[in-house]
Design a protein around this ligand. Structure first.
Ligand code: PPS
Length: 570
């Protein structure tokens, strides 16, 4: 197995059963309790099964988990910084006992593995958050996942792999640790430096990886994460096409691209050490660790979660034990006078350097502005522009919210017609009443049902937005939290413009077009918004309109101007 680098813990795990046993295990699994894996669990499972997480051969039991939290070691003493756990809900866990075997299936119900339970325990999420992430601030995506989206029971045990998780995309770029080691062996690559990334790569990245490889006298492995990264990142399909465009810019035969289906936790220093030992399992000898490696930026208090060089410090501390050399990455910057990239610490003070931040790049893509060649390769920019068209070619949702009778539907209709007159995109109106007739006919007006109704509208609007259309929604949507969730569903795909139709209750009640206020006052309708059920006034709506003395034409006109100034129409 090209033994130029020992796997972590000495042996490369392979949890897959031989084909003959896999068939029998599949038959046995029909009667086993069956757990449908989340996307994150499926990512973890794949890397457990194929040895990328060696020496682990299953999800962590309590003893390993405790020690990983306390001092980044498995119970055996082997260094391991991130807990790899299988969380399930109480209902699934209730009948289970240690010694039982469960079936683990993907979202389509395909059996991936079975696991014999050696440990069933209820974790203390706050303790885990503090140990692994150093914080309980749930603006940290890893903490958010742990505190808000993780089931209450952890199951640990040894895995028996039945089938590899299926990937339909970029098959030619997916290698498990054995395959990658074999490729290195065939090519005679004995020193390999790995570059971890979750972002598109531009000239600065190309320059720094090239330099790192030269300094380490090693070949380069571009090993991007294509499992789960930070919410809001560029999707991996786009990124991988960008990386493919980048490859010809390295000297021939020096560089390889392979994809890693890892679910990142954004745990900064601990995560950096984890990334390094995973790369060691893939046969790499060196690993690039940059500034704020795997850090998610700043928290609620505006301070970054991790210091810029915390990850490098932790790596230095454990480098010997990890047995993979860190190549600390120094920022490279573009020196205009010399028309080249240089490490920041090699340029004299006062030298004019150029940079385009991630935020600035997004702005330029959004507004269709130029992106200079010194910053990125034209093929990479073209690829980004394909999936990040300027705003006037993106889809968007106009989301009206307000009391019954506030004028939402009238304004929504007027806006729809104006947008159709302009042309260019399909327009769909999801009016409150219409939705309740076609999409939510079985729902009433309890909080639970209203939320369901709004989330359905949000789902449809996000699909319309993703496809480049315009969705106009006009429900009451009385609860701020639900409106926030809808915004989160839509913003990754295009624009979200929330319009508070702030017509006062007295005016709505006076209009009482449907006679519902009178009925609500008489107690004939229970839980009526504004009368006997709350309406939470939006605090961060893009616009607020009071239709008391504005014609629908004028309201729609104001919104059109707003959309124009935001760049969605021109
Ligand atoms: S929600 O809360 O967003 O799910 O409501 P929505 O789907 O927009 O439906 C609101 C319309 O239903 C009628 N109606 C009620 N509204 C509020 N509270 C109660 N209890 C209620 N019962 C029926 C009312 O006509 C609303 O229509 P609009 O167009 O807003 O006047």
């Amino acid at each position: 197995m090209g033994a130029f680098k020992e796997p972590h813990g000495g042996e490369l795990q392979n949890c897959y059963l031989p084909a003959s046993e896999a068939a029998a295990e599949k038959a046995r699994a029909r009667d086993l309790p069956s757990w449908d894996l989340t996307m994150r669990q499926l990512c973890d499972l794949e890397l457990l099964l194929n040895g990328a997480f060696s020496p682990l051969d299953g999800f962590l039991g309590e003893a390993d988990y405790d020690r990983v939290l306390a001092d980044m070691r498995l119970a055996s003493g082997v260094f391991w910084p991130i807990p790899i756990t299988l969380d399930v809900d109480e209902r699934f866990a209730a009948p289970l006992r240690e010694g039982d075997t469960i079936a683990l299936r993907d979202a389509e119900g395909v059996l991936i593995a079975t696991m014999e339970l050696s440990s069933i325990f209820r974790p203390d999420f706050e303790r885990e958050a503090r140990s692994v992430f150093g914080t309980v601030d749930d603006t940290h995506p890893g903490v958010d996942h742990l505190l808000n989206r993780t089931h209450g029971v952890y199951l640990g045990g040894r895995l028996r792999g039945v089938e590899m998780p299926t990937h339909y995309d970029f098959k030619h770029l997916r290698d498990d640790p054995r395959e990658l080691r074999e490729r290195f062996r065939k090519l005679g690559w004995r020193r390999v430096v790995a570059f971890q990334t979750r972002n598109p790569m531009h000239r600065a990245h190309q320059e720094l990886t090239f330099r790192a490889a030269r300094e380490a006298e090693a070949n380069l492995l571009i090993h991007p994460v294509v499992g789960m990264t930070q919410p809001g990142d560029v999707d991996h399909f786009t990124r991988v096409r960008c990386y493919e465009h980048l490859l010809p810019h390295y000297p021939e035969q020096t560089t390889m691209l392979s994809l890693l289906p890892l679910a990142m936790r954004m745990a900064g220093p601990r995560e950096a050490a984890w990334h390094a030992l995973i790369r060691k399992n893939f046969g790499c000898t060196h690993f690039i660790v940059g500034r704020d490696h795997a850090g998610p930026g700043a928290g609620r208090d505006g301070k970054p979660f991790y210091g810029p060089y915390d990850a490098q410090r932790l790596m230095t501390e454990f480098e010997k034990e990890l047995d993979i050399s860190m190549v600390p990455f120094r920022n490279v910057v573009y020196v205009e006078d010399r028309a080249r990239y240089l490490p920041q610490d090699e340029i004299g003070e006062g030298t004019r350097t150029l940079n385009i931040s991630g935020t600035e790049l997004r702005r330029r893509l959004r507004d269709g502005l130029a992106i200079p060649e010194w910053f990125s390769f034209p093929e990479v920019v073209a690829e980004l522009r394909r999936t990040h068209p300027p705003r006037h070619r993106q889809g968007f949702t106009v989301f009206f919210t307000g009391l019954s009778g506030s004028g939402k539907s009238t304004a929504a209709n007027a806006l729809m017609v104006k947008l159709m007159e302009m042309g260019g995109r399909q327009v769909s109106l999801l009016d409150g009443d219409v939705v309740r007739k076609h999409l939510s006919s079985e729902l009433g007006f309890s909080k639970e049902h209203r939320d369901l109704n709004i989330l359905r509208i949000g789902y449809v609007a996000s699909e319309i937005t993703k496809s480049g259309g315009i969705a106009i929604c006009a429900p009451i949507a009385p609860y701020a939290e639900t409106r926030r969730r809808v915004r989160e569903m839509i913003e990754p795909h295009g624009g979200f413009i929330e319009i508070h139709v702030a017509t006062p209750l007295e005016v709505c009640e006076q209009r009482d077009r449907k006679g519902l206020y009178a009925k609500a006052r008489a107690g004939l309708i229970k839980g009526f918004t504004g009368i006997s059920d709350p309406y939470e006034v939006p605090e961060n709506a893009e616009m607020s309109v009071d239709t008391s003395d504005l014609t629908p034409d004028l309201v729609a006109h104001r919104i059109v101007i707003k959309l124009e100034s935001a760049g969605f129409i021109r």
